[in-house]
Write a protein of this length. Structure first.
Length: 216
């Protein structure tokens, strides 16, 4: 029997924090916003997703180099409450081998699914975890991720919204964000500084560089 070929991909497993405390109306709005957000990510990055258990969802990224930007886009969008009541996520991103890819993620197989799921099971509510295959462990990225999570947890809704557009639009000029949010450029600059936008940009750059080394 021919041996299946595996491929490195990224899997993001997510839980909505305290979803049971949402009213029926709030929950419906959150799920509608989530589905629209996931559709936009699928169109942009070629990823596939599945929502399950009512408050959990999983995404498979064939191109793992874009997975972290998408992870932050999703987190910040919901945290800022752009289209629904603000909610936080517990997120576990894993980069490892995928043995079988199926249209239904529950039928897919691979170490990336196992690594992502196990890490989420052990996570504290609101965590942001990034794990690479044990053969690709990067201590610097692990430490940086701890600082990143601490930074994101402390954002106000307004700061999260400004940072969302900054990340989602690939570091646009401040005037572009100001036009979208109907704020002055000075206020946008202040929110970007307080949200640590340059540090987040540097983190994403480091993540992509690590992915490039893996591919090389």
């Amino acid at each position: 029997m021919a041996q299946r070929k595996s491929k490195m991909m990224a899997v993001l497993t997510n839980d909505i924090v305290e979803s049971t405390k949402l009213s029926t109306h709030e929950y419906t709005k959150v799920m509608t916003a989530l589905k629209q957000l996931l559709e936009s990510q699928a169109e942009r990055y070629g990823c596939t997703y599945e929502i399950f258990r009512g408050d959990s969802f999983q995404i498979l990224y064939p191109d793992y180099s874009v997975a972290m930007q998408s992870t932050l886009t999703i987190r910040l969008n919901l945290q800022a409450g752009i289209s629904c009541s603000p909610v936080k996520l517990t997120q576990s991103l894993a980069v490892d081998k995928i043995l079988k890819q199926s249209d239904k993620l529950g039928n897919s197989l691979g170490e990336a699914f196992i690594l992502s799921g196990r890490a989420l099971d052990k996570a504290t509510s609101g965590d942001l975890l990034v794990n690479f295959s044990p053969s690709l462990v990067n201590t610097d990225l692990s430490i940086s991720t701890l600082f990143l999570r601490y930074l994101l947890d402390g954002l106000t809704e307004k700061q999260a919204k400004v940072l969302f557009y900054y990340i989602d639009l690939n570091s646009p000029e401040q005037k572009n964000i100001a036009e979208i949010m109907r704020m002055t450029r000075q206020n946008i600059a202040t929110h970007l500084k307080r949200s640590g936008a340059e540090l987040v940009k540097a983190y994403l750059k480091g993540y992509r560089e690590l992915c490039m080394r893996i591919e090389g």
